[in-house]
Design a binder for this molecule. Structure first.
Ligand code: 13P
Ligand code: SF4
Length: 308
């Protein structure tokens, strides 16, 4: 194996370069374990947004998908922000464009427009506030208006609505193609195979899947639940990298993916070598946003950070 560069060598080179070049690496928890190991901060979409606002480094590499790198740029316009893999987009973020939203606003003129953070910067310019899976319930409770237009994920929306029955919600038919792969039938089979396991589900799943869960929450919410509870076995209803990270963190517990197909191919586009190339200045894509878009989208994200 003399000619093969080890993963450890690449990680060491990244760690050296990020110190030398004042780089901060943010990684969403759907990234692979070797990337989480070299990141300065790992977390869910909400945690990453908060961290993006705090980081003091002059360059930030976002290992995740495009809307996440755009969020960093919106919050830190003076930093150089690099998306680790230029092709990594979120299909849900592309489901609604500005003209469709303009039509919805005409149809629901009295509603406060709440968008999931998984949307483009352009779309955020037309929304009142954005939310993440971890912050949605708290933020929407804090909005004065009782009429909410929630876009684009109607499954996350239905889960939020269940917890805030006093408000009136309007939805569109959007959602995450990865989480929609998990069905009620899969849950019933998994429970039969692992009768003692707790079922942990992400709220992007179908309502009939979430309804059977012992816990519903964001990606870090799911990881924290499994780490903090004494229970031995867990069925994981979110992207399968969470199962893998939990196996590293809790070697005495058992984690079963609800579906072997729950893989987000966009999140999986980034490799450790891509991160090294970003550090070397030979890879990734620098995120550039027009001032007008950035300023308007900033209001939407800042309102989330204030209310959350
Ligand atoms: P969270 O990390 O906010 O739970 O979101 C999951 C997801 O699908 C990110 O794209
Ligand atoms: Fe988008 Fe779903 Fe992938 Fe998250 S898991 S980036 S919501 S496609």
């Amino acid at each position: 194996m003399d000619n093969i560069r080890s993963l450890r060598d690449v990680q060491d080179e990244i760690i050296r370069l990020k110190k030398e070049k004042d780089i901060c690496i943010l990684a969403h928890v759907y990234q692979s374990h070797d990337i989480l190991e070299i990141a300065d901060y790992t977390g869910d979409s909400y945690g990453l947004s908060v961290q993006a606002a705090k980081s003091e480094a002059s360059t930030v590499i976002m290992c995740g998908v495009r809307f996440m790198a755009e969020t960093v740029k919106i919050l830190s316009p003076d930093k150089k922000v690099i998306l680790s893999s230029p092709d990594a987009g979120c299909p849900m973020a592309e489901q609604i464009d500005t003209s469709l939203l303009a039509g919805l606003k005409k149809r629901y003129p009295d509603h406060t427009v709440v968008c999931y953070i998984n949307t483009t910067s352009e779309l955020k310019t037309l929304c009142d506030v954005c939310v993440t899976s971890a912050s949605a319930v708290k933020i929407i409770k804090n909005i004065e208006n009782d009429k909410i237009l929630f876009i684009p994920d109607c499954n996350l929306g239905a889960w939020v609505k269940e917890q805030i029955p006093e408000k009136e919600f309007a939805f569109v038919q959007g959602g995450c193609p990865t989480h929609l792969r998990m069905t009620k039938n899969m849950v019933l089979k998994a429970k039969e195979a692992h009768p003692d396991a707790k079922l942990l589900i992400h709220p992007e799943c179908l309502p009939e899947v979430s309804a059977l869960a012992d816990y519903v929450g964001s990606t870090t919410g799911i990881m924290n639940y499994a780490k903090e509870h004494d229970h031995k076995e867990y069925i994981i209803g979110t992207e399968n990298s969470i199962t893998e990270h939990l196996q590293y963190e809790c070697p005495d517990k058992y984690f079963y993916p609800l579906s072997k197909d729950c893989v987000c191919h966009n999140m999986k586009l980034t490799s450790l070598v891509d991160v090294l190339n970003c550090c070397n200045g030979t890879g990734g894509e620098e995120i550039i946003l027009e001032d007008d878009v950035r300023e308007k989208a900033l209001r939407c994200i800042n309102t989330m950070l204030e209310l959350g």
